[in-house]
Design a protein around this ligand. Sequence first.
Ligand code: ARE
Ligand code: CA
Length: 497
Amino acid sequence: YKNPNTAGGRTAMVHLFEWPWRSIARECEDFLGPHSFGGVQISPPHEHRILYDTNIQRPWYEAYQPVSYKLVSRRGNRAEFIDMVQRCNNAGVRIYVDAVVNHMCGGDAGVGKGYGDSAYDTDAYAFAEVPYDISHFNVPQGYEQCPTGGPINTYNSAQIVRNCNLEGLLDLDHSQGYVRDRIVDYFNDVINIGVAGFRVDASKHMWPDNIQAIFDMTDNLNTAYFPGNTRPFFYQEVIDQDTGEAVTAAEYINIARVTDFIYGREVSETFKGYKSLDSLSSFGIHWGVKISDETAVVFIDNHDNQRGHGGGGNVLMYKNQEDYKLAIAFMLSWPHGFPRIMSSYKFDQQWTGPPADNDWNTEEPTFNADGSCVSTDSYGWVCEHRWRGIKNMVEWRNQAGTEPVQNFWGDYSRLAFSRGNRAFIAIGRGGSSINERLQTGLPSGEYCNMAVVDYDSSARSCTGHSTVNVDSSGYADISISGNSGDNLLFIHVGASK
Ligand code: ARE
Ligand code: CA
């Protein structure tokens, strides 16, 4: 379950948070495929509650309140979902589903209908379309099942964390074969459509044995796109920041991959200047990061902690533009974990939903001539994955492959290294310039500095003037000013003149 099942050695994914399916299909064809992205984490595709009140209006987080497993959501219907999966797979880009199966919607929902018209009654714990009834939930089974009688009010008890309601969301009992079967039916439905894997939301709130049993019942991936007997990719959302809670990531690492929340915090703090950049030379499992290379999904920020919750705090995000770009570039350069790039929309309130018209129809992203997404100072899609320093680092990581870190050089605010003889990167933070003759590890040649130019592979030329000349012994003059826009330099064997 730990293999991301990417096509052709691709090594990174992007979370297109709240993007509609039709926009993702187009992005796979026009951008992600051509730029060698491995996959997309999509927002939850299942039917969800519709949240509306005059203050919060249509918050993004209604997506995390399932009403049924029908494929109809604010982001698109079943036909659009199928079309997206097909078109992305055909572009060599995998789809990973954000699966919300720990719970159904909040107990505050009452009686109503979900986005796809399916009825619910949370007082009766009834979800007609699945169907679930009161016997399938933990809290109604009494204090022996959920000792608080309702909410998760502490993270010091595994039983409370796993059998009580997270944020008031009605908690399913996964020890029951019936409940497992309904979830497996949902997983198999999207597997048969052609998805490659799943982010398993709130895995911390599910017992590892139950998770294992559910994963083991899933079908192999669709042979229209994947080799026979390919297992789905699973990555479990477990927030473990070493704070002594009862539930730890270690309980999940033998099952499938796990999201590492220490990684992004440590890299963010380093790029904010709390630690020296050259201390990153030993970054990884020996540095305090808890989850090993082949088990971690790594990221700088996610849709929760960029809003300051869900284990949030000290992470960089799009609002810290330059330091953030460098942190993402470092993540993509470093051989640890399967990296996920966050692609956001601008927000001021933590509940603000995606860019939308007056009827809450999500707006499709549109693009400027330079490929960036159209937005104003406070509104619109950010599209971090289209920033040149980020999109070209995805290709850099693919080119670096499994080569080790070599030729590490650095000090408090600067670093440079190669990945074997295939790729080289240099970073100068906070105005720290680099003017050094450094060993790049690369064969001699004239390479395009992909941090500031693009590469035209058919003409074998840079679409700008920034190049690096590597001599026959691998040395080159490396020069950046360290100021915004000129704080990053990277070259690889796939882009030379
Ligand atoms: C919303 C309202 C609630 C309301 C509820 C029901 O905010 O007030 O009671 O609806 O009506 C997201 C939002 C929630 C939202 C929910 C449902 O973040 O605010 O509730 O959707 O709409 C814990 C979990 C972790 C979880 C985070 C947020 O362990 O799994 O909390 N993250 C995932 C998703 C979220 C999503 C959910 C789970 C629910 O990524 O986007 O919630 O599906 C410490 C602990 C962490 C803990 C953290 C809480 O750091 O170590 O484990 O994370 O505190 O901040
Ligand atoms: Ca639970």
